[in-house]
Ligand binder design. Structure first.
Ligand code: PFF
Length: 454
């Protein structure tokens, strides 16, 4: 079995894995989902989904990676052999994140642009307008334009190349070890500042006051999908990263730590965004979802704070860290696959994966502006990629991986990996095997079906 590079420290393992998990899912998706699904009521269901389903499925994915000791395709081959077709699950687990990467890079480019224009002050010049409508118009104009988003997207693609070509330790681990502490410090500073603003209390109440009348069957499905998205489950990411874990790493403990930290960041984001709107905004008129929240509502709020440039810069540094460590992890799935399947060097395999993004991401970007009249099933290419990847392919891959490790791979593998070959207690094993055999497949299937009914 060809050995892979390994992360060099426990901190590096947690930092890299949490770096993958913390991303737009926490900042962009979580507040909107929480608001749309009953505030604290959603939060309680989300926490339960992460703990009951997220942690065991994460352990299962770690098991495939560490045991298989290769990329997503090679790991499955190493476990069940070349002759059986199960490695095709690995192929899907490489393709799906790549599709996601194509448009995630575009959003990453926008966040980079907003960082640049927070620093140079262009975002907050008085003649550019100060109201939410002005910020909305600015965002709209920017996204629909041809060149500026492309240039920024190319810059973040180059940044990803710069990290990935240095490999697991000198690239991914070094970036995560530096960036994750910075992200947490900014998060704390922001949270403390926002909490002290007059009017913040109404936002906290809005975020944490449960409204059970909004809970519907779809709330559970939304909480489950959010957990999968946020924890980077159902793609080859965690399989690929776990191949870089040394034999001593405790998989169950790592999965619990990563999941809890990811949840913590999502909740902190809620404790920043809702109180900020409570202090300066208007809950009924503020856009809470996706791009509008980040590029319209928040800039409008920063603009009313003393030192808007400073707070805006801090926020977009945080967001750029979150997206960079996520895009690097999504791209690493393909880089590892190319490197190991074709036995080529790191720099060339990184180039093979990253270079086509210059075209694919450009197409996604232009599909929002100049080419927006070209649609597939009524969606722009950008939206189509997003829809197919996250609503259809992601649950399918997650389900196949779960069934693979629970029912197909030799039984002892999960036991050996959770207990580090019998040296740790096997309490977790019984819980994990029960959940991934009898509960997770049904719930993942439910997400899949639920996405169509919604
Ligand atoms: N977990 C990361 C996030 O929450 O943004 C990365 C990610 C996972 C991105 C799954 C996209 C995705 F579909």
């Amino acid at each position: 079995m060809a050995g892979t590079a390994k992360f060099s420290s426990k901190i590096g393992i947690i930092a890299a894995t949490i770096g993958s998990a913390i991303g737009l899912g926490n900042v962009w998706r979580f507040p909107a989902e929480t608001q749309a699904n009953g505030g604290a009521a959603f939060l309680v269901i989300y926490v339960a989904c992460v703990l009951i389903l997220g942690v065991p499925v994460m352990v299962a994915e770690f098991t495939i990676g560490r045991r298989g000791n290769s990329d997503a395709i090679g790991s499955i081959r190493n476990i069940t052999g070349k002759k059986k077709p199960y490695w095709l699950i690995g192929v899907l687990a490489v393709i799906v994140p790549y599709i996601i990467l194509c448009y995630y890079m575009v959003v990453s480019g926008w966040t980079f642009s907003y960082l640049v224009h927070s620093i140079d002050g262009a975002l907050y010049t008085p003649d550019a307008g100060q109201t939410a409508v002005d910020f909305g118009a600015k965002m709209h104009k920017y996204v629909l334009s041809d060149y500026s988003p492309l240039i920024m997207t190319f810059i973040v693609i180059a940044l990803n190349y710069g990290v990935l070509m240095f490999g697991v330790r000198k690239g991914i681990e070094r970036l995560s070890n530096f960036a994750m502490p910075v992200l947490f410090v900014i998060l704390f500073v922001f949270c403390i500042y926002v909490m002290t603003l007059p009017g913040a209390g109404s936002g906290v109440k809005y975020f944490l006051d449960p409204d059970f009348s909004k809970v519907r069957p779809s709330t559970f499905i939304n909480a489950l999908s959010q957990a999968f998205f946020s924890l980077s489950l159902g793609m080859g990411i965690l399989v690929t990263y776990a191949a870089y874990y040394p034999k001593e790493t405790k998989l169950a403990r790592t999965a619990s730590t990563v999941s809890v930290l990811d949840m913590f960041v999502a909740i902190m984001m809620g404790l920043i965004i809702f109180p900020a709107i409570g202090a300066f905004g208007d809950f009924d008129n503020s856009e809470m979802a996706g791009s509008a929240l980040i590029f319209v509502t928040l800039p409008e709020i920063f603009n009313q704070m003393p030192n808007p440039g400073l707070w805006s810069t801090l926020f977009f540094i945080l967001l750029n860290i979150a997206t960079l460590t996520s895009t690097v992890s999504i791209a690493e799935v393909a880089v590892a696959a190319v490197q190991q399947r074709f036995k080529i060097g790191r720099k060339v395999s990184t180039l093979i994966v990253i270079a086509p993004l210059l075209v694919f991401s450009s197409v996604c970007s232009l599909s929002l502006g100049r080419w927006s009249s070209f649609t597939i099933f009524g969606m722009t290419i950008f939206d189509f990629f997003d829809y197919v990847a996250t609503n259809i392919l992601l649950p399918i891959v997650a389900l196949l991986m779960c069934v693979y490790i629970a029912w197909i791979a030799p039984r002892n593998i999960l036991h050996d990996e959770i207990t580090n070959n019998g040296t740790l207690r096997s309490r977790f094993y019984r819980i994990v095997i029960f959940i991934i055999r009898y509960i997770a497949p049904f719930l993942i299937a439910l997400i899949f079906i639920g996405n169509f009914i919604k």
